[in-house]
Design a protein around this ligand. Structure first.
Ligand code: 13P
Length: 250
């Protein structure tokens, strides 16, 4: 079922005290009906934050990455079983920072996505083009290829456990937001790509989030667009004062 979603991606920010305090403040909010809040918390703080998110049925916990293997000799990696055991609901897969800085290619992301769903967890799957692609006006084909390579192997039923996030790389952490029209245009394109592959019901049922410099000042205007079902928020999700107004922007 398509929902309004305010998701925060804390990235590699905050310490234990700040994480727990933020998770507590957000979890104490009464979330508007039809809206879900997801907090993307750094690995070490997931369990402590779960003690707060677990108290609010509309607030969920996300990890920012996972390993696709079940278990074993993978020093420094974290498995889905481990994440599930500390109360994680969602895994963020395919963020542009993982694609670009950690060289995660479509093929690996497709494997991670399958592993997430096989583990009984849900996924926020990210896509989005770099500035050079936008300047060449090739963003539609670029994002379509990311979807084809990363998630076209799923069944229609599996798609129900996926949230999509469109994050144009040129808008991430730059203060330069895509216009509501640019976001709507890409989200409608994504929905039509999904409709061709998975059918109308599946494409209408999936939530598609916009990410890239979402703030209290622009969230309402962006979320008001037909095919924008919420946001994946970086910087503005790190403080209750800026994230709570975004939760209330639908
Ligand atoms: P900012 O909101 O800081 O631009 O980050 C967006 C993002 O990458 C969320 O995943």
């Amino acid at each position: 079922m398509r929902k309004n979603i305010a998701a925060g991606n804390w990235k590699m920010n905050l310490d234990l005290d700040a994480s727990v305090s933020l998770a507590q403040q957000i979890s104490e909010q009464s979330v508007p009906a039809g809206t879900a809040v997801i907090l993307g918390v750094p690995f070490p703080f997931l369990f402590s934050c779960s003690l707060h998110t677990g108290t609010n049925p509309n607030v969920f916990l996300a990890a920012q990455n996972c390993n696709e293997q079940e278990s074993g000799a993978y020093t420094g990696e974290v498995s889905l079983k481990q994440l599930k055991s500390v109360g994680v609901d969602y895994i963020i897969i395919g963020h542009s920072e993982r694609r670009e800085i950690f060289n995660e290619a479509d093929e690996l992301l497709a494997k991670k996505l399958t592993a997430v769903l096989d583990a009984g967890l849900k996924c926020i799957f990210c896509c989005g083009e770099p500035l050079s692609v936008r300047e060449a006006n090739e963003q539609s084909a670029y994002v379509e290829a990311q979807l084809k390579n990363g998630m076209f192997h799923l069944t229609e039923q599996q798609l129900e456990s996926v949230i999509l996030a469109y994050e144009p790389i040129w808008a991430i952490g730059t203060g330069k937001t895509a216009s509501p029209e640019q976001a709507q245009e890409m989200h409608a394109h994504i929905r039509s790509v999904l409709k061709n592959k998975f059918g109308a019901a599946a494409s209408e049922g999936i939530s598609i989030l916009y990410g890239g410099s979402v703030k209290p000042a622009n969230a309402k205007e962006i979320f008001a667009k037909n095919d924008v079902d919420g946001g994946l928020v970086g910087g503005a999700s790190l403080k209750a004062e800026t994230f709570i107004p975004i939760i209330n922007s639908f």
